[in-house]
Design a binder for this molecule. Structure first.
Ligand SMILES: C[S@@+](CC[C@H](N)C(=O)[O-])C[C@H]1O[C@@H](n2cnc3c(N)ncnc32)[C@H](O)[C@@H]1O
Length: 300
């Protein structure tokens, strides 16, 4: 098999491996990956299908794995963790908050928190709260100098420019400091003539309801956004809890190499089915298929 760090525009590798990510990752060298994007089992949820880790054991369970994530991530790389604590007996669990603090102690920088707003969240009513319509996407890095390609995720300026930028007042053409002493200033005129703007840290993606044979898939748009923001074509992406292989599918569509790991053979089979449902048309099918077969034959 070619070295894991090989990056060539002519060869794209997608590996789906069955096993506990903690053990599987030991096969990979230090600093292999540019981006880790993943949604792990949430504490105590879906215990009958996978996971079922008690909230009080979650941090310890996760840290054993995130130590490996940290080792295999390049110093310029980013780790995105999609997670959400549930509510039980009238209050939210604090295990995610404890996890953030523990990951910082493990050496990670908690760089940012993105909110994934679930645009199509179905309605519901609970006696003491409203429906859950968002999840965390926590960003961790090894250093402050990580790769980031902000222009790749720019968004259209939107309709507001047509009215707001049409009549500029005297405060709009110079840097105008906030009147409420927030420390924020802006020069509205800077946006004149621009079609695109940088997005905020709130991401509006609809959940995908198609029955994919996995109970907790995230929408393709989620890994897509982070892969575009933090990697370049030919880079290496890892999803250590890959489930149906959404991350790997998107990584391949965007021309990135990827490794997906899941410890449930049924999900590994599902991921492979999705990845090879339609031929990958860039002339490298044979290579891709060979590598996938080779990787899967090593599954524990
Ligand atoms: C939330 S799901 C991921 C779904 C995925 N994002 C998708 O779109 O299909 C979490 C996955 O982690 C897997 N898992 C749980 N413990 C694991 C472990 N120790 N190593 C690898 N995978 C694990 C579960 O089988 C499950 O498929």
């Amino acid at each position: 098999m070619a070295p894991r760090t090989e990056t060539s525009l002519n060869v794209l590798t997608t590996e789906i491996i069955c096993g506990d990510c903690r053990e599987v990752l030991q096969r990979f060298g230090d600093g292999t990956f540019d981006l880790i994007v993943t949604s792990p089992p949430y504490a105590d949820q879906r215990a009958r299908t996978y996971g079922g880790i008690k909230p009080q054991h979650y941090v310890e369970w996760f840290l054993e794995r995130s130590a490996e994530f940290r080792r295999v991530l390049k110093p310029s790389g980013t780790f995105i963790l999609n997670i959400k604590e549930k509510a039980e007996r009238g209050e939210r669990h604090v295990y995610v908050i404890e996890l953030i603090l523990a990951l910082r102690k493990q050496g990670w920088l908690w760089t940012e928190e993105f909110i994934w707003h679930k645009r199509n969240c179905h309605p519901g009513r609970w006696p003491n709260r409203f429906r859950d319509a968002w999840e965390r996407c926590l960003q961790f890095n090894k250093t402050r100098h990580f790769k980031m390609f902000q222009r790749e995720v720019m968004v259209p300026m939107g309709e507001w420019t047509k009215t707001r930028l049409k009549r500029l007042g005297k405060n709009d053409v110079v840097r105008f400091e906030s009147r409420v002493a927030s420390g924020f200033g802006k020069n509205i005129a800077n946006w004149l003539g621009r079609d695109m703007a940088y997005p905020s840290n709130v991401l509006h993606f609809a959940t995908e309801c198609a029955n994919k044979g996995h109970s907790a898939t995230f929408p393709k748009a989620l890994p897509e956004w982070f892969i575009k923001l933090f990697t370049e074509p030919g880079d290496w992406v890892l999803d250590p809890f890959t489930g149906s292989g959404t991350t790997n599918l998107v990584a391949r569509e965007l021309g990135r190499n990827s490794v997906g790991i899941d410890n449930v053979p049924q999900y590994v089979a599902l991921a492979k089915k999705y990845l090879f449902r339609k031929p990958f048309c860039d002339g490298n099918n044979a290579i891709l298929w060979d590598r996938l077969t080779e990787a899967s034959s090593k599954a524990p």
